[in-house]
Design a protein around this ligand. Structure first.
Ligand code: FAD
Length: 467
């Protein structure tokens, strides 16, 4: 029987990063993945393919603005969806191959098959060819991730009533895509198909889209997406989703108790994701699972069985690839006897629409609820030279700082390239910067990043320079 210091179940960003860190720390490491490709949800049916389609559809959308730049097109511009999807798949395949390369480079043993606990130190791998192998481990890390969830009355047929996984490989651009759930995944994929020519309607139970983020971001994104043609039905509770042939009918009830009916040819159900532990036999190792289906862990990501840890989407907290990665690194270092720490308040959240939306730290709603007195510094993108040069005028940066100490408590931004800009805010907050600190740092001109400096100036005595 093969024996390892650490065995990791699941090769998503949590699992494979953890495996690399374990190998770096000198542990004999193995990783088990039930699919034939490595990289998990993020790489195969999540972050990477969605960003590939967002990039392709963004190029297509930009053609509308070519004339403003003095670029004249003579022939017809058409979308070849099959080719676009094939390109996305090539990006995925190459990236997944890259993870395999990293496993080999770090001498990590990869087992393909479903991993299930035999007991607290043994995992059985059921392979595709029907054989199975049991391996021994001193420590085990569960990184089994998540799967799309649905509503009890919706039956996902994966053809017309679909999840994000199918939305990443459609064979035609929908005529009318009805999206159930205005969270990050629904909105990103909605913008892909909106740009490609679909009518897109979003039905959301809460009173706003991207409800977990600062309300001002939600308001601005709604405004921009409405301008682009997306339709929103917020405060609407979906009651039924039925398919008859090629027609999908979605019924939803609004706040006044009225029922609206939306007819589309596809409906994307993006109401969240559920932790995935099917087939894991966690109970055989004494690993407790909560009522919400999450593996229960303590602050050290240790389960109810001391030598077994769990990370990423399968445990509490934000379902984000970089959160899973941080936890993967943290657990490896804990096993090595180190004392790593994650500040969950400083895990940024991003929506990769255009304009991009990004945030870190506390929202205004959270600060109000906690009774914290704070100041606000706002700066609009339209006042930036760089934004005018590239015609990316939508959006703003908002900095929330403690009213007394000036420490930055939250940064919320929507606009061009904010997915990358948010790293500056994370760095500043990791070092407990004040708004004044940020305002005194030189930011290259002309850049989108100047909006951060200006918002910091606005937060400290309202002294932004370009408004
Ligand atoms: P996963 O990536 O889900 O990986 C778990 C792996 O474990 C899977 O490969 C699974 O097959 C395997 N597995 C499960 N059970 C077993 C078993 N018993 N034996 C063997 N293998 C098993 N996050 C971001 O941060 N940025 C984004 O832009 C972003 N975009 C997204 C877009 C979409 C459409 C979706 C669906 C998600 C997106 N996410 C994004 C979320 C991100 O994909 C997840 O947070 C991330 O993948 C979680 O990583 P993980 O390692 O916990 O699990």
């Amino acid at each position: 029987m093969s024996s390892f210091d650490v065995v990791i179940i699941g090769s998503g960003p949590g699992g494979y990063v953890s495996a690399i860190r374990c190998a770096q720390l000198g542990f004999k490491t193995a990783i088990i993945e039930k699919y034939s490709t490595l990289g998990g949800t993020c790489l195969n049916v999540g972050c990477i393919p969605s960003k590939a389609l967002l990039a392709s559809s963004h190029h297509y959308d930009e053609i509308k603005h070519f004339a403003d730049h003095g670029i004249e097109l003579s022939g017809e511009v058409k979308v070849n969806l099959e080719k676009m999807i094939a390109r996305k798949q090539a990006v995925v395949d190459q990236t997944s191959g890259g993870v395999q390369f990293l496993m080999d480079k770090n001498k990590i043993t990869v087992f393909n098959g479903l991993g299930s606990f035999a007991d607290a130190t043994h995992v059985t791998v059921a392979k595709a060819d029907g054989t199975s192998e049991t391996i021994e481990a001193k420590n085990i890390i569960i990184a089994t991730g998540s799967k799309p969830s649905s509503l009890p009355f919706i039956s996902i047929d994966k053809e017309r009533i679909i999840t994000s996984t199918e939305a990443l490989k459609l064979k035609e651009v929908p005529k009318h895509l009805v999206i159930i759930g205005g969270g990050v995944i629904g909105i990103e994929l909605g913008q892909v198909y909106l740009r490609l020519g679909a009518q897109v309607s979003v039905v959301e139970f809460m009173d706003r889209i991207i409800p977990g983020m600062d309300a001002s971001l939600s308001k601005e994104l709604t405004k921009v997406l409405k301008k682009q043609g997306m339709k929103f039905y917020t405060s609407h509770k979906v009651q039924s989703v039925e398919r008859a042939g090629d027609v999908v009918t979605v019924k939803a009830e609004n706040a006044k108790g009225e029922i609206i009916t939306l007819e589309g040819d596809y409906s994307l159900v993006s109401v969240g994701r559920r932790p995935y532990t099917d087939g894991l036999n966690a109970d055989k190792a004494g690993v407790k699972i909560s009522d919400r289906g999450q593996i229960e862990v303590n602050d050290h990501l240790q389960t109810s069985t001391p030598n077994i840890y769990a990370i990423g989407d399968v445990v509490r907290g934000a379902m984000l690839a970089h959160k899973a990665e941080e936890e993967g690194t943290m657990v490896a270092e804990i096993i090595a006897g180190q004392k790593p720490h994650i500040d969950y308040n400083l895990i940024p959240g991003v929506v990769y629409t255009w304009p991009e939306v990004a945030a870190v730290g506390q929202t205004e709603e959270q600060l109000k609820a906690a009774g914290v007195s704070y100041k606000v510094g706002n700066f609009p993108f339209k006042a930036l030279g760089r934004a005018r040069a590239s015609a990316d005028l939508d959006g703003f940066v908002k900095i929330l700082a403690d009213a007394k100490t000036d420490e930055v408590l939250g940064v919320h931004m929507i606009g061009a390239r904010t997915a990358d800009l948010i790293a500056e805010a994370v760095t500043a907050m990791e070092f407990k910067a004040s708004a004044e600190d940020i305002s005194r740092m030189s930011h290259a001109h002309p850049t989108f990043a100047e909006a951060i400096k200006e918002a910091a100036l606005a937060a400290t005595d309202n002294r932004a320079l370009h408004v």
